[in-house]
Design a protein around this ligand. Structure first.
Ligand code: F6R
Length: 607
């Protein structure tokens, strides 16, 4: 999604704005721009494409001025052209915007009726127009923004710069995140603390509906009723180093290799090793009292929820209603009061997941969030947070956040099993020990990287790839297909292996690689039958399995990736690693932008 930065500084703002925008690149974008007050005049530089294009523009035509706003744009309304890139400016007002103004067409007509000429296809320009009209009508900037905000529908964050005042920024938040950075004689606005890391680690987060009037001397915040409010200044943990690739070629590779450490860190938060038991944060509900559990999420987080359904049903005998958040929010699902709704989200800002959370809250559900960003909106609106301690995930394609989500969900399922009397202390201790072994097994599994790299070149020549799995390997098949699609742009599908003969088998020929995820477990033989069906039609099988599975694969697979033996409970977490590496190396061979694949955004704050 779009990224926003604002600076009231003591040195030239443009290079600092670009530096901060680089830290927001991970959110995904397709054009960028900055505006500063150059000798009291609003001046802009914008460029389609990556930030280096904007830097080229700034090199040829530098911008002076110590006050400015900057933006990385992920196109929603209008193509990613220079003209549509932010900041937008009308009259003496310039604005950057993340999100969507849903009623912009009506507002645009109103502004045209009042004599405004628009230059872009964006929804954003109407915001600059309204504020500008208000100022022309005699309002001060604060009142002009306040009056404009009350007319806007949609979810957004905004930052304004005004030609009349070099010591003023106004930021507003409704649905999309916005943070205020507090420096010494300098103040900042940013979509998150990482953007502001080089300038300050003293951050206050705006609450939904807030707007902030920022000067070099400080900030005044007003809530959605216009009343002045205090927002606590926290010392943010995000530091400059966190946005560093280290020795890796891509953030994605770094994040894949961080998994043993971050999973261990995450498990450490939930496991009492001395008692071999799971310890959960205090919660206003007990799993013992539940008849059902609902879990909603989007994308990769949804696949983590898919795995969790098998765990909750098997280990806690707790039926799970599983939903894609973008579907759930419009289904008008009746819910029994006092139930538990869980939400899984890396960013904690995904618009559809948040809307579903609010719906469930209105339906009297207890809300639990498995989130990676503890300051996020989803975290703040939940009754209880189950954090994933994956650290900032910069690669747009989720890797370490996914496996940490699985680790947390596994702990929740075990705790639920204990609370519901399904698991005794012995069962719990076995499951806990299986989890504790994971970081070591992942380190072992990562040693298969050269094997995967060896055949990724071949895979890169395919137009389509099919992933198959049963039970908890089925969501891993879907996740594998999603990873391949999003970073290599090769079409891929993940199927339940048992569904093969109900349709997709028609696709099988010698040009169709079939990646089979099959640990040697109680249903291995069923998947082996599906491999026979593929082999009989000339399909080329890549099998991800363990030593026993390899021994029982009857020579059906063209290639085998051998993962360490593990307790069936934890195999989805372990088998996620090779599917990530397959996508990664295929994309590297294809030469795609691995960390920022086309059209994708890290944090999807629009529906
Ligand atoms: C895929 C990916 C996305 C996200 C989805 C939800 O690699 O990262 O599918 O999983 O957009 O995002 P969060 O987890 O932030 O709610």
């Amino acid at each position: 999604m779009c990224g926003i930065v604002g600076i009231l500084g003591t040195s030239p703002a443009a290079p600092l704005l670009v530096d901060a925008l680089k830290r927001l690149e991970y959110r995904g974008y397709d054009s960028a721009g900055v505006a500063t007050l150059e000798n009291g005049v609003l001046t802009r530089r914008r460029a389609p494409g990556k930030l280096r294009e904007l830097e080229n523009v700034l090199e040829k035509a530098p911008l002076s001025g110590h006050s400015g706003i900057g933006h990385t744009r992920w196109a929603t309304h209008g193509a990613p052209t220079e003209g549509n890139a932010h900041p937008h400016a009308i009259g003496k007002v310039s604005v950057v915007h993340n999100g969507i103004i849903e009623n912009f067409r009506d507002l645009k007509e109103e502004c045209i009726g009042r004599g405004v000429t628009f230059e872009t296809d964006t929804d954003t320009e109407v915001v600059a127009a309204l504020v500008s009209l208000n100022i022309a009508g005699g309002m001060a900037p604060k009142e002009a923004v306040d009056a404009t905000l009350s007319k806007l529908q949609g979810a957004f964050a905004l930052a304004f710069l005004f030609e009349a005042d070099a010591d003023l920024l106004i930021g507003a938040r409704r649905g999309s995140p916005l943070a205020v950075g507090h420096g010494d004689g300098e103040m900042f606005l940013g979509s998150d603390a990482i953007a502001l890391a080089p300038f300050t680690n003293r951050i206050s987060y705006l609450v939904d509906g807030d707007y902030a009037v920022v000067t070099r001397g400080g900030v005044s915040v007003f809530d959605d009723s216009g009343a002045p409010v205090e927002r606590e200044v926290k010392t943010a943990t995000a530091s400059a180093q966190l946005a560093d690739k280290g020795n890796y070629r891509h953030f994605m590779a770094k994040e894949i290799y961080e998994q043993p450490e971050v999973i261990s860190h995450t498990l450490g938060h939930y496991i009492d090793m001395a008692r071999e038991t799971i310890v959960l944060p205090d919660a206003p509900f007990s799993f013992a009292d539940l008849d059902r559990l609902s879990i909603s999420a989007c994308g990769t987080a949804f696949y983590a929820a898919n795995v969790a359904r098998y765990w909750f049903e098997r280990f806690a005998k707790l039926p799970v209603d599983l939903d894609i958040a973008s579907e759930f929010r419009y289904r008008e699902v009746p819910m029994e009061k006092g139930g538990l709704a869980l939400f899984v989200s890396q960013s904690g800002e995904t618009a559809d997941t948040l809307a579903t959370l609010r719906y469930c809250k209105d339906q009297g559900q207890h809300i639990g969030a498995i989130v990676n960003v503890p300051e996020s909106t989803i975290a703040r609106e939940s009754d209880v947070i189950f954090p994933t301690l994956a650290g900032p995930e910069i690669g747009v394609a989720s890797t370490k956040a996914f496996t940490c989500q699985l680790a947390v969900l596994a702990c929740l399922a075990v705790a639920a099993g204990r609370e519901r009397g399904v698991l005794d202390a012995d069962d719990e201790s076995k499951l806990v020990n299986a989890l504790v072994e994971l970081p070591r097994l992942i380190v072992e599994g990562l040693k298969q990287e050269p094997v995967i790299e060896g055949f990724a070149r071949d895979l890169a020549r395919s137009s389509h790839v099919l992933y198959l799995g049963r039970s908890t390997s089925f969501p891993i098949a879907m996740e594998g297909a999603l990873k391949l699609k999003e970073i290599s742009y090769i079409h891929a599908e993940g199927y339940a292996a048992g569904e093969l003969k109900h349709g997709p088998i028609a696709l099988i020929d010698e040009d169709m690689p079939v990646i089979v995820i099959a640990p040697y477990d109680r249903i291995f033989e069923k998947t082996a039958s599906n491999m026979e069906e593929v082999a009989a039609r000339g399909g080329r099988i890549i099998l991800i399995t363990d030593e026993k599975g390899a021994a029982h694969s009857n020579g059906l697979a063209e290639r085998i990736i051998e993962v360490p033996d593990a307790y069936a409970f934890v195999t989805p977490i372990l088998y996620a690693i090779p599917v990530q590496l397959i996508a990664y190396h295929t994309a590297v061979f294809m030469g795609t932008d691995v960390d920022q694949p086309r059209n994708l955004a890290k944090s999807v704050t629009v529906e």
